[in-house]
Design a protein. Structure first.
Length: 419
C-alpha cells in the first residue's frame, strides 16, 4: 500500500497509476473518506480535551456544582463513544480502500492495458533447428514412459501430473541444482509451507482481489499459496530489523497451488499450466533505497538468466507493461523460454520490485543508522519452477531418436549425458 501522506501529496501520480494499472478504485471517494476520518478524529480529540478539563476542575469545584459537572462529563463521554463508533466504521472503509491503491510504476515501464503492451528487451540463446520432425513434450514423455499423465486425471482431475522414472529424478535434480547455485551466491535456503492464513495473502497484495485463484480450506481458515513469496513476506512481519542484518536473501522452496481461475481451455495439454507445482523463489528484503533495490532487481534477474543459460534454453527478457505487472509492482521483468512445439516463447520466470508497497502491508521495517524506523523494500524472482521448466528443457534438447540430451550442467547430477 501507499501511505496516506504520500497519496495526499501526490494525487495526480496516484490517479495516473490507477488508470495505467486498470484498478477499479475511485480515488476521490478515498480522499473524501480520509478527510472525514481526520475530521472525526479532530472532534473526538477536542471532546477528550473538554472531558479532561472537566475532570481537572471537578475536585476544586464547589459541592453544589459537582453534579452539573458530572452530567457534562457524562454527556461528553457519550459524544466521544458515538464518535469512536463512527470513526471505527469510517476507518475500516478507508483501510479497505487503501489496500486497493496501486504502486506507482517505474517511469520506464511501457504503458498499456495488458501483456499486449509488453516490450521485448533482448533475446538470448540460439533457437534450435531440427533436421527431423520434433515432438512436443507430451509425445516425448509418452514415447519414453516418463509419466502417467492420463491415469493421474482419474485421481486428481485435469491439470495434474505424475512423473516417473528418469523424468521424476530430473525434476528433483533441477531443484537441487538451482538451490545449490543460489546458496553459493549467498542466499539462505528455506523450505516454507504452502498453507498460509489470509493476512499473509493480504501482506503480499494477493488479497483482496485474487481470492478466486487460491484454494481455500474453510475448516481451518487457511489458503494454499501459489508462491513461497507469501510465507517469506510475513516471516518477519512486525519486526524491526537492524541495519547490519540487511539485506536478507532467501531462496524459498515450496509446493505451490493455483486454481488457474479464468484459464479454462488454455494449456490443458501437458505440463505448462497445472494446479500443483514446485517453485524455488528468490526473495530479498533490503533498505528502502531505490538504487539499492534496482541493483538487487538486476541481480535476481541475472541469477534466473544464468540458470537458463546453463540449461541451454533460448529465452527472451520482457519489460512488463503497467497493465500486466500487477497492482503492487514498481517494475516487473518476465523471462520467456522458447517452446519449439508452440513456435513461441512462454513465461517461465518473473522478477518484481515492489519498493515499500508490500512492506507497509506486512509491517516489515528496519532501523537506520540514525535509529529512525523505516519500511524496507522487497523483491522477488522465480529461480526455477517445475514442471513448467521441463517443457522447454525436453523440447529444445530432443534428438532424432526421441531421446533428450541433457545440458552439461546436469550430467553429474543425472549420471549421464541423456535423460
Amino acid at each position: 500500500m501507499l501511505s496516506l501522506p504520500f497519496i495526499r501529496e501526490n494525487v495526480d501520480a496516484v490517479r495516473t497509476a490507477i488508470a495505467q494499472k486498470g484498478v477499479g478504485l475511485d480515488l476521490d471517494t478515498l480522499l473524501a473518506l480520509d478527510a472525514e476520518v481526520r475530521e472525526v478524529k479532530t472532534r473526538a480529540d477536542e471532546l477528550r480535551r473538554q472531558r479532561n478539563a472537566i475532570s481537572d476542575g471537578f475536585k476544586s469545584a464547589p459541592p453544589e456544582e459537582r453534579p452539573t459537572l458530572g452530567q457534562k462529563a457524562k454527556a461528553v463521554g457519550a459524544e466521544i463513544s458515538a464518535l469512536e463508533g463512527e470513526l471505527g466504521e469510517k476507518q475500516s472503509r478507508l483501510d479497505a480502500l487503501l489496500l486497493r491503491v496501486p504502486n506507482i510504476p517505474w517511469e520506464g515501464a511501457p504503458v498499456g492495458p495488458d501483456e499486449s503492451a509488453n516490450v521485448v528487451v533482448r533475446h538470448e540463446g540460439r533457437i534450435p533447428e531440427f533436421d527431423f520432425e520434433p515432438l512436443d513434450h507430451v509425445a516425448l514423455i509418452e514415447k519414453n514412459d516418463w509419466a502417467d499423465l492420463a491415469r493421474i486425471t482419474q485421481v486428481a482431475g485435469s491439470r495434474t501430473y505424475c512423473l516417473k522414472g528418469r523424468l521424476a529424478l530430473l525434476e528433483q535434480a533441477l531443484l537441487l541444482w538451482a538451490q545449490r547455485r543460489l546458496a553459493a551466491d549467498g542466499f539462505t535456503l528455506m523450505t516454507v509451507p504452502a498453507l498460509a492464513r489470509p493476512h499473509a495473502f493480504v501482506a503480499t497484495g494477493h488479497f483482496p482481489g485474487h481470492e478466486e485463484e487460491a484454494y481455500h480450506i474453510p475448516a481451518d481458515e487457511l489458503y494454499l499459496a501459489g508462491t513461497g513469496e507469501i510465507a517469506l513476506t510475513s516471516l518477519h512481519s512486525g519486526e524491526i530489523i537492524e541495519p547490519d542484518r540487511l539485506p536478507i536473501l532467501y531462496a524459498g522452496y515450496s509446493p505451490c497451488f493455483r486454481r488457474e481461475a479464468g484459464s479454462a481451455g488454455r494449456d490443458v495439454r501437458g505440463l505448462l499450466r497445472v494446479h500443483q507445482f514446485y517453485k524455488l523463489e528468490q526473495y530479498v528484503i533490503c533498505r528502502d533505497d531505490p538504487e539499492e533495490s534496482a541493483r538487487w532487481h538486476q541481480r535476481l534477474l541475472a541469477n534466473a538468466e544464468g540458470l537458463l543459460k546453463d540449461l541451454e534454453i533460448p529465452y527472451q527478457v520482457i519489460e512488463a507493461s503497467t497493465g500486466d505487472m500487477g497492482t503492487g509492482k514498481y517494475r516487473m521483468n518476465d523471462i520467456e523460454s522458447w517452446v519449439p512445439s508452440l513456435g513461441k516463447y512462454r513465461e517461465t520466470h518473473s522478477c518484481s520490485t515492489l519498493h515499500d508497497w508490500q512492506a507497509r502491508r506486512a509491517n516489515l521495517r528496519w532501523r537506520d543508522e540514525e535509529r529512525k524506523v523505516r519500511f524496507v523494500h522487497t523483491l522477488n524472482n522465480t529461480a526455477l519452477a517445475t514442471p513448467r521448466i521441463l517443457v522447454p528443457l525436453l523440447e529444445n534438447h530432443q534428438t532424432a531418436d526421441g531421446r533428450v540430451r541433457l545440458p552439461a550442467a546436469l550430467h553429474e547430477l543425472m549420471d549421464g549425458e541423456y535423460l
